[in-house]
Design a protein around this ligand. Structure first.
Ligand SMILES: Cc1cc2nc3c(=O)[nH]c(=O)nc-3n(C[C@H](O)[C@H](O)[C@H](O)COP(=O)(O)OP(=O)(O)OC[C@H]3O[C@@H](n4cnc5c(N)ncnc54)[C@H](O)[C@@H]3O)c2cc1C
Ligand code: SF4
Length: 541
């Protein structure tokens, strides 16, 4: 065995790769984690809206192409922890029905090869691991769960509580959004999280967000059998002569190429980069790209139809941590629209600096500063459907090309209409129904909907399924065409549902981890002993 030989190689440290690394670490097997980025530097700028939202300082410094060959600057992040370093940590389970076939206005959302019940125990594990704060029983669409959330929900601040009460009076069932931040409201002096206004979209300067670096990678690399190499860009995967096995992982590091090999290779670069890596790894046995006999790799790209809607009120909104309230009453449809519409919640509180970066239509008699002080900043998500023509390909100079035509848009327009209606029904004690000046689409970048560059919720490009003709991965997320290749990031989704994707990626990584443990012959006793030792070490530290 050479130094470059491992039992498992994991490529990428985000929600998928990071969680899998954490889960496999106590196995005692030699694990190599390869991450193209470095750690997010800890600096005051982490929490500076100008640096983060306007200068896009922490965004990936590369350009892709859209279907017309125009440069596309993706809003994505290459760091240890992947995009979870910057996420809003709203950690939702998909609905039970999302795992079956669902008819939408724009077409069919296909069934998954596993059921909700298959994933349920792993959702519970992921919620515990990522310290999710929530209250069961409030969300009218929530799926059955075998245990409560590990932490109580994050409380609403007064303006959001008032909105929640208003919504309840008008017949809706608002709920507390499940969030993964390390806030202890009962013991604020001990709480790691300080409940600040720079969470969603920002890295946490005090390490109190449950992201994949803090929760998973930092823990995994405490094990002597786990090695993390940062600034290590995986360029290609090479197979043996049969084409059935990944034989080497080619990595660019410090300006030169190195190769590593392992019994099992797990790709988790995010749905777009993972597809690109497989396509770039084409060889004689895999002429259309690695594991791509089906010609499915890169296809069915989904990213949700998202928009930010600002509701401007006469009353100010001094909320600091705004992402606490959600509305799912229209998730599966309503009396006047029988198709699913999606999910309503909040983004982090918008400020004038951030607004300037994509100035919204100005409310009459308001400046941007005033708008920011008076707005409730909603985040709307609708399901986009898997279209084989929405895809990742490799274009000129080896650049990623993202081709996407939005679909199922009627659902999103209806959802926006429902929010407008709900806001009209609120009745402020000071200004009555006149409190709300209206809803304004925030041009986060260009246009009211989040544009193509907003790839935060990317998924679907390497879908799993039972049929090798219509899917790339089997139900264990192993490539049908290659015996030692797995994918555990958001690529595996056959449909995108309409809640945020990260918890499902994490839960699935834990599920695949259990499968890999069996494949690697790890005994449960050894694993549990190692875990127990970890706990004891953690207590003694
Ligand atoms: C601003 C923002 C807010 C969000 N808010 C939420 C939210 O509230 N709730 C939610 O559920 N989701 C949210 N998301 C989405 C969530 O972050 C993603 O769904 C999740 O991180 C995806 O996990 P992943 O493992 O698929 O990929 P990622 O987390 O993107 O991880 C991929 C990793 O692979 C690395 N990599 C890529 N290519 C290579 C290569 N060739 N070689 C080596 N390494 C490579 C990357 O650097 C990265 O570390 C948000 C995202 C953003 C950007
Ligand atoms: S301190 Fe809390 S609210 Fe602020 S960024 Fe960190 S986790 Fe988010």
């Amino acid at each position: 065995m050479t130094d470059n030989r491992y039992d498992v190689i994991i490529i990428g440290t985000g929600a998928g790769g990071g969680t899998l690394a954490y889960h496999l670490a106590p196995s005692g097997r030699r694990i190599l984690i390869l991450e193209r980025g470095d750690y997010v530097p800890r600096e005051k700028a982490n929490w500076d809206p100008q640096v983060v939202n306007v200068d896009a300082h922490y965004n990936a410094k590369e350009s892709w192409l859209d279907k017309d060959g125009k440069d596309l600057h993706p809003h994505t992040n290459y760091y240890v922890g992947g995009n979870t370093k910057f996420y809003g940590a709203a950690l939702f389970r998909l609905r039970k029905e999302d795992f079956g076939e669902l008819r939408h206005h724009g077409g069919i959302s296909p069934a998954w090869p596993i059921s909700y019940d298959d994933l349920e125990p792993y959702y519970t594990q992921a919620e515990n691991l990522y310290q999710v704060h929530g209250n069961r029983g409030e969300d009218p669409t929530e799926p059955p769960a075998n245990s409560p959330y590990p932490w109580p929900a994050i409380s609403h601040e007064p303006r959001i509580q008032q909105l929640s009460d208003d919504f309840t009076h008008s017949g809706l069932k608002p709920f507390h959004v499940p969030v993964g931040v390390m806030l202890d409201e009962k013991n604020p002096h001990k709480s790691r999280c300080i409940r600040c206004n720079t969470c969603d979209g920002f890295a946490c300067l005090v390490g109190a967000k449950s992201d994949a670096q803090v929760v998973c990678i930092d823990e995994a690399i405490k094990h002597s059998n786990v090695t993390l190499l940062t600034n290590s860009l995986v360029k290609r995967l090479e197979t043996d002569s049969s084409g059935r096995e990944v034989k080497s992982v080619v990595v660019e590091r410090d300006g030169s190429l190195e190769t590593y090999s392992a019994d099992v290779v797990v790709v988790s670069c995010g749905a777009i980069n993972s597809a690109a890596l497989l396509l770039r790894s084409a060889n004689d046995k895999h002429p259309r790209g690695l594991a791509n006999s089906s010609d499915i790799v890169g296809r069915h790209y989904m990213g949700h139809t998202n928009s930010v809607m600002m509701a401007i009120s006469k009353c100010p909104n001094p909320t600091i941590f705004q992402k606490t309230l959600g509305v799912n009453d229209f998730y599966f449809g309503s009396r006047d629209f029988e198709y699913p519409m999606g999910h309503i919640s909040f983004v982090g509180k918008l400020d004038a600096i951030t607004l300037k970066a994509g100035a919204p239509a100005i409310a009459p008699n308001f400046t941007l500063e005033l708008m920011a002080k008076h707005s409730l900043d909603f985040w709307l998500t609708s399901e986009d459907l898997p279209d084989p023509n929405n895809r990742v390909t490799i274009g000129r100079d080896g650049k990623i090309v993202l081709t996407y035509t939005p679909n199922n848009l009627e659902a999103h327009e209806r959802l926006q209409g429902k929010l407008k209606q709900a806001m009209k029904q609120t009745n402020c004690a000071v200004h009555g129904h006149e409190c709300h000046q209206g809803l304004f689409g925030r041009n986060l970048y260009v246009g009211q909907r989040i544009p193509l560059a907003g790839v935060a919720h990317q998924n679907g490009t390497i879908r799993f399924g039972h049929d090798p003709k219509t899917s790339v991965l089997d139900a264990n997320c192993k490539a049908h065409d290659v015996d030692n290749l797995y994918v555990v990031d958001g690529s595996f989704f056959p449909s995108s549902a309409a809640v945020n994707p990260a918890l499902t990626i994490m839960a699935n990584a834990l599920r695949v981890g259990d499968h890999l443990m069996k494949r690697l012959g790890v005994s449960e006793t050894t694993y549990e002993q190692n875990r127990q030792q970890d706990r004891e070490l953690a207590v003694s530290r």
